[in-house]
Design a protein around this ligand. Structure first.
Ligand code: PG9
Length: 646
């Protein structure tokens, strides 16, 4: 779509928003919706606090669908006369009007019960005797508690019967952890659940949020006070502040920058149940496996539109893998994917989608998504024909190098061509195999000394906290890292024509180390030419685009899990070893005159915790003495496999 159209949309949107919000009381929700608070009983008797906002013009002849969010982050404000400034995933849907439902999940805030992270899904439906629904079975989650699918089923059943003037249809959406609760409603879903949009959903904590390929995301240390306590007080105190209070200082999360072993964190979290669980389950064992929602996404009946952001540092694995899992397990389901040029959840805001100081694609992109994609999806299935003829594509993805949306009828695209680039020891990233000269045997390699006491920072200034979780690094200039001797750099020649990567990226490293353990980080970078004019979406005054090395995609792999995430293995010193792992998908055009670059390193601090590089059973319990320098080699028949689009 033309840029002028985007800005026109944005202008219309912002006018509509202001006009809608300059109402009698100055609060659009209070003026247009009636609030009700309920304690909805689940099948095991546990009551879940639920706020319901009903459009004031709802009636027997003007019925509305439900649009629900279930959350562990509090449905504040509490109290029958306390109204939020907005409801729904965006101002667009708030003005389109739905019966908006917000529920504190089991064990959180004003709801009863016991909280458990990423509630494991109960076994598949019990026999017909229980109306095809799971029985509340003990031990599968916490004692006697059902799962999120059951709680959502019971909530929907209750709402349909007890909230007047509903049209019998229910939608669910949620961003991040609420995105997990949306996906967790899909197994054995209630028949009235017609449309679900998991957005930046957590799918599996061993690959989303708390770990990336088994490497612990140390930058999340300060979030444990939120996720490792039962029943935070049902107040309007933002849970975010709660995490600072619990860590006893206003900058409570500074301790994540401590170069000591993680066992030192114990003094902060000795009675934090999620920290104990994280520490006692360093491998992908049953504890984490049963908390993944992916194995349960089968026979999906509700229409699904999964949404993610290419610059989402927290949950990029989640949206891509929820979409792909449903596609694989339930071919023919209405299952679509939207990936925009956003950070975590930034598509839901009317304004302010800036990805901190770097790339910024403007408010009109989010407005376009809200009005042309999200409103269409929910409107069709909850108010319209509901026959799946939404006119939306299977995949609506934004090309971050061309600054434009592109639609696909399959993702990864059917016509994507796989191409392999070698990490040659002469620093070239070449698709033709140029053997390095460093080793007469022809096995060229590049080597570096990795010192866990001098780790590579994940961002230029690690003292600048990035808010709740790491963020800015997803598009940050990587020249600060490339200058280091412990960061290997490989780049193509200057591109003589545009090169579009669209699809999956796999790193197939051949490495060796003098140690017995090592992590591997691979970063895909777009190198701008010296004379690149400033882009409309790189307006940051501090950034001169000349020679900018923009991070496009990056991922870590804890080397001990190279053969199995469940059964870690040490490295044999000096032995050439395969370490193969997936970076998350991408849609990015490297323009003519740019270069494509790969950086390889072994530390990424404090984004991921430091690998002692001496194999120990549990890195969370490593001692100072275990942290040792090691010399790592990357052999030039290492390959980065990408998918190229015309
Ligand atoms: N995905 C985000 C998150 C989940 C759990 C821990 C930390 C962050 C989120 O819900 O915002």
């Amino acid at each position: 779509m033309k840029k002028w159209l985007y800005s026109l949309l944005a202008l219309i949107g912002s006018c509509a928003a202001t006009s809608a919000q300059t109402t009698a009381t100055g609060n659009f929700v209070r003026d247009n919706y009636q609030k009700f608070e309920y304690k909805i009983p689940m099948r095991d008797g546990t009551k879940l606090h639920t706020n319901v906002y009903v459009p004031k013009d709802a009636s027997a002849i003007n019925k509305y669908p439900f649009l629900m969010q279930r959350t562990c982050y509090s449905v504040a404000p509490y109290g029958p006369d306390a109204y939020p400034a907005a409801v729904g995933p965006s101002g667009t849907l708030m003005r389109d009007k739905y019966i908006f439902v917000y529920q504190d999940v089991r064990g959180r805030w004003a709801s009863e019960g016991t909280w458990t992270n990423m509630t494991p899904n109960l076994p598949d439906p019990a026999p017909a005797a229980t109306k095809g629904r799971k029985k509340a079975q003990p031990a599968a989650t916490t004692a006697g508690a059902p799962d999120e699918s059951s709680d959502t089923y019971d909530t929907i059943e209750w709402l349909l019967k007890n909230v007047p003037n509903n049209n019998g249809r229910v939608g669910q959406w949620g961003i991040s952890y609420p995105g997990f609760y949306t996906a967790a409603s899909l197994p054995d879903a209630h028949p009235a659940l017609k449309a679900a949009s998991p957005q930046a959903p957590v799918s599996d904590f061993f690959f989303d949020d708390f770990h990336h390929n088994g490497a612990f995301i140390q930058a999340y240390l300060f979030t444990y006070p939120v996720f490792g306590v039962q029943h935070p007080a049902p107040t309007t105190t933002a849970w975010y502040n709660d995490s600072f209070i619990k860590t006893g200082s206003s900058d409570g999360f500074q301790f994540q920058y401590d170069l000591g072993p993680l066992k030192n964190v114990q003094k902060y979290y000795k009675d934090n149940f999620f920290w104990q669980e994280t520490v006692e389950h360093p491998n992908y064992d049953a504890f984490w496996q049963k908390r993944s929602i992916l194995p349960h996404l089968k026979n999906t009946r509700p229409a699904v539109m999964t949404v993610g952001g290419w610059f989402d540092a927290e949950d990029l694995y989640g949206p891509l893998n929820i979409y792909k899992t449903i596609e694989k397990n339930t071919p023919g389901a209405y299952n679509t994917l939207v990936m925009g040029p956003f950070g975590h959840g930034r598509w839901s805001r009317e304004t302010g989608h800036t990805l901190h100081s770097n790339v910024y694609f403007g408010d009109s992109i989010a407005t376009f998504y809200q009005r042309n994609i999200e409103a269409n999806f929910f409107g069709h299935f909850l108010k319209g024909a509901g026959d799946g003829k939404t006119g939306l594509p299977e995949a609506y993805l934004f090309n971050t190098g061309r600054n434009e949306w592109r639609t696909f009828d399959k993702w990864p695209a059917a016509d994507a061509q796989t191409k392999e680039y070698f990490l040659n020891s002469d620093g070239m990233l070449a698709s033709n195999k140029i053997m390095g000269s460093a080793d007469p045997s022809g096995n060229g390699f590049t080597e570096f000394v990795s010192d866990p006491m001098k780790p590579v920072p994940y961002t230029e200034d690690i003292t600048t906290t990035q808010g709740f979780t790491p963020f800015n690094y997803m598009s940050e200039d990587q020249r600060f890292a490339g200058r280091r001797p412990d960061v290997l750099t490989f780049q193509t020649d200057v591109l003589t024509e545009d090169l579009t990567l669209g699809g999956e990226i796999t790193a197939k490293l051949k490495v060796s180390t003098t140690g017995t353990d090592a992590d591997w980080v691979v970063k895909l970078i777009d190198v701008y030419p010296p004379n690149e004019p400033n882009h409309p979406y790189m307006p940051n005054k501090n950034i001169t685009l000349g020679n900018y090395q923009q991070m496009v995609r990056s991922e870590a792999m804890r080397g001990r899990f190279r053969n199995s995430f469940e059964k870690p293995e040490p490295f044999k010193p000096g032995e050439i070893t395969d370490v193969t792992f997936r970076l998350q998908d991408v849609l990015h055009t490297f323009k003519k005159g740019h270069r494509m670059m790969i950086q390889v390193q072994s530390t990424w601090f404090p984004l991921i915790d430091r690998n002692p590089q001496t194999y120990v059973d549990n890195i969370f319990k490593a001692e100072e003495k275990d942290f040792k320098k090691a010399t790592h080699r990357v052999y030039d028949n290492s390959v980065i496999s990408v998918q190229i689009l015309k």
